[in-house]
Design a protein around this ligand. Sequence first.
Ligand code: NAI
Length: 248
Amino acid sequence: MSLLKGKTAVITGAARGIGREIAISMAKEGANIAFTDLKIDDNMISLEKELNAMGVKAKGFASDASDYAQTDEVVNEIQKEFGSVDILVNNAGITRDTLLMRMDEETWDMVIKVNLKSVFNFTKAAQKFMLKQKSGSIINMSSVVGVSGNAGQANYSASKAGIIGFTKSVAKELGSRGIRSNAIAPGFIITDMTAKLPEDVRNEWIKGIPLRRGGTPQDVANACIFLGSDLSSYVSGQVLNVCGGMNT
Ligand code: NAI
């Protein structure tokens, strides 16, 4: 299929996990892919090769999404090399889980900076090009815990709830200029991030999911294709839960 043919998608934190799958799935739909991650490593190089072999233009960029100046620089570079920024997927994120009584200031600040400030950084840098184009789709990776909270994840949940407020505000500010902004709230998705959890915790999560399985990165990527493509041309300011029915 070619739902995204001719569009350039920028995906942050895409060297592995959900971001990597989004990059591959969007390339399958014909999008050119500019992706970022913290450093140029084997993961980044192999993804770049895989995407180029699919016949689209693709390039990986080393950049810390939580750094404002670096982000502005990398988005300008992407615009120069690719000619447009049509889809922005703010995917980069980290967890530093611990109970509030043990959470120090540094752990709080780090999660808010990487998960929430990065979304501001990339959206701010990309919107100037989207405004000129009078089109764009911004997709922000929130989480079910940003909607409902979770013990042991006060920092992470707060960052993901912040993303939802940001997403809705941007939808209201930029909608009249043809720019859409939506959030995805994945539930329990099987990636490196969740593999770190002890097995009993993972099994407990799965028991609470009506579809009785963890999600796959492909499940999330499919939602990104919908939100990035013209199939969702009348959808903005929404939070799409991709959670097997968990948040119902
Ligand atoms: P992951 O840990 O497998 O991959 C995250 C990627 O982001 C890594 O490649 C990492 O190097 C990159 N990254 C981290 N900090 C960065 C920074 N400052 N700048 C640029 N890149 C950075 O995580 P996963 O599971 O693929 O998660 C992707 C997104 O989905 C995250 O925002 C996460 O919070 C969200 N999410 C994941 C869920 C899950 O169950 N795995 C559930 C709900 C949301």
